[in-house]
Write a protein that binds this ligand. Sequence first.
Ligand code: NAD
Length: 480
Amino acid sequence: MSYSTTSLPTATLRIGAEWVETAETDTIRLPYDGTPVATAARGTLELLGRAITAARAAAPAMAALANYERAELLERIAANVRRDAAEFAQLISQETGRPIQEARGEVDRGLATLAASAAVARDLHGEVIPLDAVAAGAGHLAITVREPVGVIGIITPFNVPFNLTLHKLGPALAGGNAVVHKPSEQTPLSAWRLARAVEEAGAPAGAYNIVNGLGREIGAALVESDGVDMITFTGSVPTGEWIRAHAGLKKVTLELGGNSAVIVEPDADLDTAIPRLVQGGYAHSGQLCISVQRVYAHASIVKAVTERLVAAVEKLKLGHPSETSTAVSSLISEAAATRVEQWTRDAVERGGKLLTGGVRHGSTITPGVLAEVPPSARLMQQELFGPLVAVNAYERIDDAVAAVNSTPYGLQAGVFTQHLQRAFALARKLHVGGVLINDVPTFRSDPMPYGGVKRSGIGREGPKYAIEEMTEPKLIVWRV
Ligand code: NAD
């Protein structure tokens, strides 16, 4: 760690065994009120090249680590994060504006991701292949072993900067890879601090390199580099499309946007559903890729759902992210809040009813609920990334299914009903990566395969699934 003349911490680059400062820096500000919290070194193409060279040099050392050694490395990283958990939470809160209680939760989630990554490192194995299943294979025996892909380029978004980094770094190290990471230019602090935890854990120099900088410059060059074997990206659809088009023959996994929906059937237990909808719709001001954005409630209960949701949402305390009582704080920037305000206005102009909230002050938006929003409104089709939920009524369940499936996204969806048969039937009809029965789509835990269909992405995360993408099956055949 180093300090600039204004005594703000500087998030340096991490290249091989060096912490690198740069002539140009960016000021990282608390999104809530613009207070400067740190400066960040701004990487150059030359420094990115050095980081890729460092990763290439580290790749053989990472590949040579035994499964148990990779697992123990991840466990030591976790121990360092646990020791400094309060500092990590503060950095996450400062760079994103996420309420401190949620930021602490993100650190806990990161620890779980590291533990799951250590477990998959120990368990990494290939398979025995029955070649004699066909005549041509008789007299041959085959196994596969999992080998690292080599150097993995990680590109992460602003919203969950610590845990999404670990969802990539954990399985990458577990698979024996070296990494070059381009964090979001808005939120580079927790990843930079993580690099110290990795260094202190005794990782081979160059196993985890960080180059901050602009996406269209540093991120794009990472994607196009011949020195990188795979890109794992989480972020928006337009960036994901650009990456897919420019990555050449590299492996690419994309975790992209969503506009998640929930169906609430007439027999749903609203005592369960309402608190979960509040959690799913307003945590991190709705800036989660699986935030609840659309609720389809049966016409017989839609009044109860909206009234109870409005009452619960009006109790959410909006405030400074450092206060433990704050439930909802700012969006990532005033520009983001202005866009959410415009989309809310668009929904109202098209006939939607704003029942509560939706008012912007600087970079904050008061938690809101909309009703009767027509499908043509932008927030019914696109990703809002703001603290508002639209509740619409349906008469026939097939209409609700069609509405859920009608958007370009397909990350996760939720269904609240006590009718087991109907729940499973609905789960099969919803075109998404995962369906949550009696829970919100915002639920995620590390053992599960996580990812989307349609424009929500390609590939699955969760360490068990990510490590499959981050290793190759090497085939070994004996003639016996
Ligand atoms: P973004 O696409 O603007 O930026 C993401 C990252 O890509 C940043 O590091 C950025 O610098 C970089 N980047 C930008 N242009 C690039 C280019 N041409 N080449 C390479 N890198 C480039 O996304 P954001 O606004 O930071 O994050 C919000 C988005 O992330 C939302 O759409 C959200 O749904 C999505 N997200 C998805 C998941 C998931 O798991 N599916 C999780 C969290 C966030």
